[in-house]
Design a protein around this ligand. Structure first.
Ligand code: SAM
Length: 304
């Protein structure tokens, strides 16, 4: 009799363990999200202009980067897009093509350079995209972002690549981004793929620091993927101080004094005193070392 009870209770424990294991499996399965690869999503839309674009020499992105940019826009269907860093307009064309049939979607592009070449490919090869495009050029984003306004739900940042470059540029649009906006950074792997000096750190640093869900194109590489997107975590304000701390690294160029002034005023308006103190500390330190050591001035267009 005792023996039967013993066997029965062992059996019950075994079944309970089995049940427990099954529950864990179900929970674990529900928790592990499948990876989304945007470079294969609605690629037909990009194919509509692929041939024409490849004849122009306009775009600085690799094929899978164009597909990634196209796919992620097609998936999230943003309405208000900001692009920092236009050059001749190659990435603007990819974006404008991707939003072509998305109702009320508009691209606002900003480039520091005021040259005629900025954005010229759009007007030259794809003038039909002009209807959804507004280009600002000749100054930093602080000077245009209020005109563009709030509720930006998508941004592409592809500017200086050297510090403080993209770190500062991101902070110039952050207060205007919608909750859970998508931000794409280009050239997030240049420090291990391109320059022999390995000095293009800004996109890598800011991409990794921003809090949110990260997406990369598919392929066998991970660290070497040179474009990446982030879906911002809600309530970014709690991370503002962390982002400003990133400015405390070694700057590789010193921005023009006028841009330092404009950004200082912007911080006073949209961030708190701690952010301002951190920026001023970073400016003081880097003004001394970067300006006094000309070999560190790598990015001459932005410097005095
Ligand atoms: C790498 S190119 C952009 C390429 C373009 N996104 C494409 O894929 O075809 C970088 C551009 O950023 C601009 N730039 C540099 N610093 C900037 C800043 N702080 N704000 C806006 N544009 C900036 C440069 O003038 C240059 O035209």
């Amino acid at each position: 009799m005792h023996k039967i009870n013993y066997i029965t209770s062992k059996g019950i424990i075994f079944l309970l363990l089995l049940f427990f294991d099954l529950c864990l499996n179900i929970l674990f399965k529900n928790d592990s999200k499948e990876k989304i690869y945007f470079d294969t999503f609605e690629v037909y839309k990009l194919n509509e202009i692929k041939q024409k674009l490849s004849n122009t020499n306009c775009c600085q992105m690799w094929a899978n980067q164009k597909e990634f940019l196209n796919g992620i826009i097609r998936k999230f269907k943003p309405k208000k897009i900001v692009e920092l860093g236009v050059y001749s307009g190659g990435s603007s064309i990819i974006i404008l093509n991707a939003i072509d049939d998305i109702k009320d979607s508009k691209l606002y592009s900003i480039d520091l350079d005021s040259g005629d070449f900025v954005g010229e490919c759009v007007n030259k090869y794809f003038p039909e995209f002009n209807k959804n495009w507004k280009l600002f050029k000749g100054n930093i984003s602080t000077e245009y972002i209020e005109t563009i306004g709030n509720n930006i739900d998508f941004a592409l940042i592809d500017t200086a690549h050297f510090e403080p470059g993209e770190i500062m540029d991101f902070l110039m649009i952050l207060p205007f981004l919608k909750e859970e906006a998508i931000i794409i950074f280009h050239d997030i792997a240049n420090q291990i793929t391109v320059s022999i000096e390995r000095n293009e750190w800004a996109p890598y640093i800011i991409f990794n620091a921003i809090r949110g869900e990260k997406y990369l194109p598919s392929g066998k590489y991970i660290l070497k993927q040179d474009i990446g997107a982030i879906k911002l975590e809600k309530n970014q304000k709690k991370y503002y101080h962390d982002y400003f701390r990133l400015l405390g690294g070694e700057w590789q160029y010193f921005p023009k004094e006028i841009h330092i002034k404009l950004f200082t005023n912007f911080i006073k308006k949209y961030y708190d005193d701690e952010c301002l103190i951190m920026f001023e500390e970073a400016v003081t330190f880097n003004r001394k070392f970067v300006k006094m050591n000309p070999k560190n001035i790598l990015y001459r267009i932005n410097s005095d």
